[in-house]
Ligand binder design. Structure first.
Ligand SMILES: NC(=O)c1ccc[n+]([C@@H]2O[C@H](COP(=O)([O-])OP(=O)(O)OC[C@H]3O[C@@H](n4cnc5c(N)ncnc54)[C@H](OP(=O)(O)O)[C@@H]3O)[C@@H](O)[C@H]2O)c1
Length: 306
């Protein structure tokens, strides 16, 4: 398929508007850097505007003419998601690629403004609402794409989507895995619904293996102790190459929709981006459909495919 695929395989992206959530650091930042190199118009959707502006300054050191815009988006708050979309639509007329990248891992127990366990709320439900609000733009932009971030942490677990508030017996890593599994099932289900309604948009999932980013440092202290920067270096990869599965999912012409892209080496922790079968083992139509219904109810965002 794609042996040795790198960001230099990305074609010209001029004229394409791309939103990257969590764009100011880690994989999101590296994704924006690579997209800027290919002349995409990139909207850095960030919860802290100053961090977004700093990221733009850093990218402009490499690509001074890059077309970059920082906009506020707090996935912890569905009202902020709505405001972001209103503001985006007032500035742009199309959306070629939506990269639902932002995420948190294993924080102490907390709930989002709308009362969801924070990882489920930020990693999954916030992106579900964001994508739903942007569906009209995705539909009207030819060949648009939605990219969702999964994780190795979701590969060996069973769906348990009955308590998104997380109040009883909170286990931080368990909720992280569930939130990422939800993102992966959402990606598959969205592709199914695009096809069913003959919409030419594509939905693709991906995971970055284990990448050296801030994700681990911000999580619970127990986890941070386990995965120090040194051990991350040994088992994982740099953020730049960790972003390749995202970039592949977002831009590669061979993508048909419904794939899951991840690294090919060392138990999936690092390597070149390839298509992985595991998503088909994890996907269950009934579970994904129920998750969709639940997500529409919880977020109040109904997808209109017609
Ligand atoms: N690194 C890995 O090994 C790994 C493995 C599997 C999956 N992933 C996934 O990759 C994605 C990117 O993570 P990363 O590794 O690049 O970690 P990161 O460096 O910590 O980046 C996470 C980004 O998400 C943003 N974010 C957090 N909460 C947010 C909120 N409420 N609203 C909007 N943005 C928010 C962060 O903003 P602030 O800077 O303001 O906090 C940051 O920009 C995540 O979805 C993660 O689950 C990563």
């Amino acid at each position: 398929m794609s042996k040795g695929w790198t960001k230099s395989d990305i074609g010209d992206l001029s004229g394409k508007v791309v939103i990257v959530t969590g764009a100011n650091s880690g994989l999101g930042y590296e994704t924006c850097l690579a997209l800027a190199e290919k002349d995409a118009t990139v909207v850095l959707a960030v919860r802290n505007l100053n961090k977004g502006l700093d990221a733009i300054d850093k990218i402009k050191v490499h690509y001074p003419n890059a077309n970059l815009h920082a906009m506020s988006l707090d996935l912890n708050d569905l009202a902020s998601v709505k405001r972001f979309v209103e503001s985006f639509k007032s500035k742009f007329n199309s959306l070629s690629i939506l990269i639902n990248n932002a995420g948190i891992m294993a924080p102490p127990f907390q709930q989002t403004k709308d009362g969801f366990e924070s990882q489920v709320g930020v990693n999954y439900l916030g992106h579900f609402a964001l994508t739903g609000h942007l569906l009209d733009y995705l539909k009207k932009t030819p060949n648009s794409r939605v990219v969702s971030l999964g994780s190795l942490a979701a590969h060996k677990i069973k769906p348990e989507f009955h308590n998104f508030k997380g109040t009883k017996k909170y286990k931080a890593l368990k909720y992280y895995g569930q939130s990422k599994l939800a993102c992966m099932l959402f990606a598959k289900e969205l592709q199914y619904r695009f096809r069913q309604h003959q919409i030419d948009s594509k939905s693709v999932a991906c995971h970055p293996g284990i990448s050296q980013t801030n994700l681990f440092a911000k999580g619970s202290r127990k986890l941070t102790r386990k995965l120090t920067r040194t051990s991350l270096k040994l088992i994982g990869q740099e953020a730049e190459t960790g972003a390749y599965p995202i970039l592949y999912a977002a831009t590669e012409a061979r993508v048909r929709g419904g794939e899951y892209i991840g690294p090919d080496g060392r138990g999936g922790s690092k390597g070149d981006p390839i298509e992985l079968d595991i998503i088909d083992e994890l996907y269950n139509e009934h579970v994904a459909c129920n998750l969709w219904k639940l997500s529409e109810t919880l977020t109040g965002v109904t997808y209109n495919f017609k």
